[in-house]
Design a protein around this ligand. Sequence first.
Ligand SMILES: Cc1ncc(COP(=O)(O)O)c(C=O)c1O
Length: 390
Amino acid sequence: MKKDTTLGHAGRRPDKQQGMVNPPVCHASTVTFPTVAELRKAEKEPLDRLYYGRYGTPTTFAFEEAVAALEGGTHAVALPSGLGAVACALFALVEAGDHLLVTDNVYLPTARLCDGQLRRLGVETTYFDPMTSAEGIRGLLRPETKAVVLEAPGSVTFEVQDVPAIAEAAHEAGVLVVLDNTWSAGLYFQPFEHGVDLSVQAATKYIVGHSDAMLGTVTVTDRKLFERLRLTAVGMGYSTGPDDCYLGLRGIRSLSVRMARHQENGLKLARWLADRDEVESVLHPAFPSCPGHEVWKRDFSGASGLFGVVLKGGYSDPAITAMLDGLELHAMGYSWGGYESLILPFGKPVRRTTKWPFAGSCLRIHAGLEDPDDLIADLEMGLERLNASP
Ligand SMILES: Cc1ncc(COP(=O)(O)O)c(C=O)c1O
C-alpha cells in the first residue's frame, strides 16, 4: 500500500468495535481478570495484552500501530509529550558511565536533559557540529558511547545531517542512532530506510496538528528495543492519556494532506522572504544555501512548514518588536505543527561547540494552513513597521 492509504487504515479494527470507523476512547486504569490462573498468565505477558492502564489501552495501541506504520517501523510507544519521548528513548539506552554524541542543533530541552538529569546520573554528552562527516563521527566515538542523537533538520537552525553516513559509522562501533524526526512528521523522511534505530517524534506538532494535545512517540523496528522502551516508560511512571492518543490518531488520518499545504505555504513564504532586502538568509532545507541541502534532496520526499529567517544586522530590538507585535496572522508561541501560522524571535541560537555564522536576529516561522497571500501580506506590513522604526 502507498503511504496515504496506510495512513487512512492503520490502527483501525471496525470489525472488533461494532463497525465503528474509529477506535473508541478507552479510559481505563484497572483491568480485571476472572481467575487466578488468568491473572498469573497476564503477569507473564504484560506487553502483549491489556494488563493495566499505564501499559496502554486499546486506544493507545491503535495510535501506536498507526505511528509505526507512518514511520515504517514495527513497534511504537506513545508518551505524554515529545520531550517525554526523547527522555524515554535515552533512558532506555544508557546507564552510569555511558556517553552520548549529540548534534549541536538539537532541540534545546533535549540538550538540557543531557546536561542536567543525564549528567547527574553519570552519563556524559559530547556535542558535535551538525555538518560533521561520518569520519568525524568515527573520531568522536568512544568505547562507552551508547547512542548518536540526531535532529535532521534541526528545528531551529535547519542544518540537515547525513543520517545514513553517520548511522553507518555508528553501527560499525555497535552504537545506536536516535533521530528526532518531528520536522518531517515521519512522512517526508523514512528513518529506518536511512539507518535510524529509534525515531522520536513530538507528536504534539504535526501528528496532532491542531495545537491542542501534548504527545510523543518512539518508533523502532526491533522487538527487544520495543520491550526496553515500554518497560522504561512504564517504569518511569509515564502514562499517555487516551484522549490525546485519540487526537493523535485522528491527526494521522489527515497528516498527508495537511503536510502538502504546510510545505506549499512554507516554500511560498520562504521564497518571498528570500527576495526581501531586510533578509540576510532563509534557513530552509529546500534552499541550496541551507547546510545539508543536498542530503535533504537525496533522502527526504518533502519539506514541512517550519523554517527560519535571519534578518540583516542593524535592526534594533524595538524595531523587531514593532514588526512582531503588529502581526495579525502570525501569533508568537513556542510551538509549531498546528493549522495556524506562528512566528518566534530567537535572537541567536544556543550553540555549545559550533559558532553561529550570522550577526543578525533570527525568526522562526511556522507556515500554517491559511491562504499564503494573506500570510505574505501580514509579513509585508510587519517589514514596513521594521523599516519605519528607529
Ligand atoms: C524538535 C522537537 N523535539 C521535541 C519537542 C518536544 O515536544 P513536546 O513539546 O511535545 O514535549 C519539540 C517541541 O517544541 C521539538 O520542537
